[in-house]
Design a binder for this molecule. Structure first.
Ligand code: GDP
Length: 400
């Protein structure tokens, strides 16, 4: 009996002990689980639908197939994995590209020229009347601005006559008379670009290397495409592969077609092919680049004549020969302009880089000495930085 009682007590003790152990373990597990819940990062939001916008790539997100971290502590920064997802940049067709901006104004871009004129005009105005120093100042600023010696001389002579006959002694009146004379000299020309509907018009771009020919062709192409015309670019400068590549980038950018030949190939045949392409695709316009340098000036001019002959054969017709001149080269640019106008039947001048020079007076020299209208002006490197030349806006900008 005593033995039986002892066994019973033992069984009860063992049962009690095992129940206590299981409870403690459960409590401990629950406690641990609670702590782990607090340290776990919040669950990621549901995946967003794929974006159609082109923008900066988002930082890489945790991959669902990443191995679970066994480390305790702050999460390590995600490492680049060789198989990590890389968003592919989306191609936007050039025709759908947004406008790159509004054309700039003369006032905005002619700060350097205005700085030069402003300084002298200030000193002329500060005097009580018109004296020899006023004339000296005027002469100096016109020469510095690259108006040219002969144009400056004739301008001053006319102004002196006017001052004398009108008994003028007000410096402001002298400045106003100068502005009027400048507008007279550069004004009055037909500046629109010639275009004949129904045939492939060829616009040839001539000028020495580096003046901004290729950039100007790109800008002109952009304007013409925006007008609804279809444009073929002809990479006629076959002496520099880089020139054709550069033109190709413009063609892609503005939505024009490109015809290029082999390096060192015949520029005439490139222009011929471009005209044929334009005719077969009913394109309106061929904008032809030409070489800016050959071994001799004679060769260059002969080459230009040849290109012109080829381009002028039906179905094509040369309706513009645009001489591109860099405004920052001053009187050197004038010399080049004389050579090209003698040889290439230039119909208009595009004056580039007017934004980067105080010597805006070259506009006056070109118009007066060459008798060729400045049709377009480059006011920056951007696709929209090409504007029609306006004598009033130009004079207003340098004197404002
Ligand atoms: P090309 O050798 O005559 O074809 O000359 P490019 O078109 O390659 O131009 C030469 C440089 O002049 C490039 O850096 C152009 O961005 C720059 N350029 C062209 N036009 C202008 C302009 O109107 N203003 C300024 N600031 N730079 C220009």
């Amino acid at each position: 009996m005593i033995i039986l009682l002892a066994i019973l007590v033992l069984v009860v003790v063992v049962l009690l002990a095992s129940t206590l152990t299981v409870g403690t373990r459960r409590r401990l597990r629950r406690k641990r689980a609670g702590r782990a819940e607090l340290t776990r990062p919040p669950s990621p939001p549901p995946p967003a639908p794929p974006s159609t916008e082109v923008g900066p790539a988002a930082p890489p997100e945790a991959r669902p197939d990443a191995p679970p971290s066994t480390e305790v502590g702050p999460a390590a920064p995600p490492e680049a994995r060789p198989d990590a997802f890389e968003p592919t940049p989306q191609e936007v067709p050039p025709s759908l590209l947004p406008a790159e901006g509004q054309p700039p104004s003369f006032r905005e871009r002619l700060g350097k020229a205005r700085g030069l004129f402003g300084q002298y005009v200030g000193s002329i105005r500060s005097r009580g009347g018109i004296d020899q120093a006023s004339w000296d100042d005027l002469e100096e600023v016109l020469i510095k601005a690259d108006v040219g010696v002969s144009t400056t001389a004739s301008l001053l002579e006319d102004l002196r006559d006017q001052v004398q006959t009108q008994h003028m002694n007000d410096p402001d009146a002298l400045v106003d008379a100068l502005k009027e004379r400048l507008i007279e000299i550069v004004g009055g020309s037909e500046r629109s670009l010639n275009f004949e509907p129904g045939i492939p018009n060829v616009w040839l771009f001539v000028g020495v290397n580096g003046v901004g020919k290729t950039t100007t062709i790109g800008k002109v192409a952009r304007r013409q495409v925006a007008l609804g015309r279809s444009v073929v670019l002809a990479a006629g400068d076959t002496f520099r592969a880089a020139a054709a590549d550069q033109l190709g980038r413009w063609a892609d950018r503005v939505g024009a077609d490109l015809v290029r030949g082999s390096e060192g190939g015949d520029p005439g045949s490139v222009v011929f092919d471009a005209v044929q392409r334009a005719a077969s695709h009913h394109a309106d316009l061929v904008l032809a680049d030409t070489a800016g340098r050959l071994h001799t000036k004679v060769n260059l001019m002969k080459e230009l004549e040849k290109i012109r002959r080829v381009a002028d054969r039906p179905p094509g017709k040369v309706t513009e020969v645009l001489l591109v001149v860099d405004a920052t080269t001053g009187q050197n640019g004038m010399m080049q302009a004389r050579q090209f106008t003698d040889a290439a039947q230039v119909t208009g001048v595009v004056l580039t880089k007017l934004d980067g020079t105080a010597r805006g007076g070259i506009v006056v020299a070109i118009q007066r000495e060459l008798g060729v209208p400045v049709k377009l002006v480059g006011l920056g490197e951007g696709a929209d930085d090409l504007v029609e030349f306006s004598p009033e806006d130009f004079v207003d900008a340098i004197f404002s």
